[in-house]
Write a protein that binds this ligand. Structure first.
Ligand SMILES: [Zn+2]
Length: 273
């Protein structure tokens, strides 16, 4: 998440992140990561190891007993103590949306956590990946690569020199009201991305497209529908992809839909024989 505190108006400090991008102040969001060159779609702009990790229970700390929460804080503190001073300083400069309720260690960890394993729900904190701001129509994808054991960020679209590189902190296919709720509760900010500041009428059209994508997505993933109506499922996949293109999130979600299309075709083949 964007670093805090917010920069002063005259603050023009730029910190190189790597050969592709730089961290610099951005008016509405504190700091952000910006391209220092034109970057073609698909380029990996970051791969980074975690500085600390913790179990998924840390992501719902409000339901934990005091002992369990204390143990988590102790574990995070222990991992932090083994880091270099500069890394510790960078950790404490990250945003904390839960300072009042969770304190510094756990609050910063939860605010900046990235999931590493969807089965075990293990999460990690990555100092550089945390600097990429959120957008509801992001131009990059952030995922954990289990073989590299690193978080990786790829640009999902061509990015121009000077453009901010953004990722989505939440599932990209959510309607406006749910996005507002999730981002405020989990990350403590109100999104001002191009999608969230659309005029109401355009936002309603966007919400309608997203709701339809979700409905199609649920139908596509329904095994009974796939088995009985494989061609209809394939048609729904195609329609969902067209809607995603209109919505500007096709590149972000396309891989899952190609996977769905391949699954439907294999079911269809099995049915034919
Ligand atoms: Zn937004």
């Amino acid at each position: 998440m964007a670093a805090s505190p917010k920069p002063k108006p005259m603050d023009t400090i730029e910190v190189p992140l790597n050969e592709f991008c730089v961290i610099k102040p951005t008016p509405a969001k504190g700091y952000g990561v910006f391209a220092t060159r034109n970057i073609p779609q698909g380029t990996r702009v970051l791969s980074e190891s975690r500085i600390l990790n913790f179990p998924g229970t840390a992501m719902e700390p409000w339901g934990l007993t005091k002992d369990a929460r204390d143990a988590l804080v102790k574990s995070i503190g222990h991992q932090l103590s083994s880091l270099a001073k500069e890394q510790q300083r960078e950790f404490f400069a990250l945003a904390n949306a839960h300072k009042e309720k969770l304190g510094a260690f756990l609050g910063i960890a939860v605010t900046n956590a990235i999931i590493m394993d969807y089965e075990t729900k293990e999460h990690g904190v990555f100092l550089q990946a945390a600097r990429f701001n959120h957008a509801c129509r992001p131009n990059a994808m952030r995922t954990f690569h289990p073989i590299l054991d690193q978080v990786v960020i790829h640009v999902a679209k061509d990015v121009s020199e000077g453009e901010e590189i953004t990722v989505s902190y939440i599932e990209p296919a959510h309607v406006f009201s749910l996005r507002v709720q999730l981002l405020k509760a989990k990350f403590g900010f109100t999104c001002v991305c191009e999608l969230c500041v659309l005029p109401v009428r355009e936002r309603e059209i966007s919400d309608l497209r997203i709701s339809t994508i979700i409905l199609l997505f649920n139908s596509i993933r329904n095994e009974t529908v796939i088995m009985n109506e494989p061609l209809a499922s394939l048609h729904n996949t195609h329609t969902a992809m067209l809607l995603q293109k209109e919505e500007g999130i096709l590149e972000i979600l396309a891989s899952t839909f190609y996977y769905d299309a391949a699954t439907i075709l294999s079911q269809w083949e099995r049915k034919r024989w």
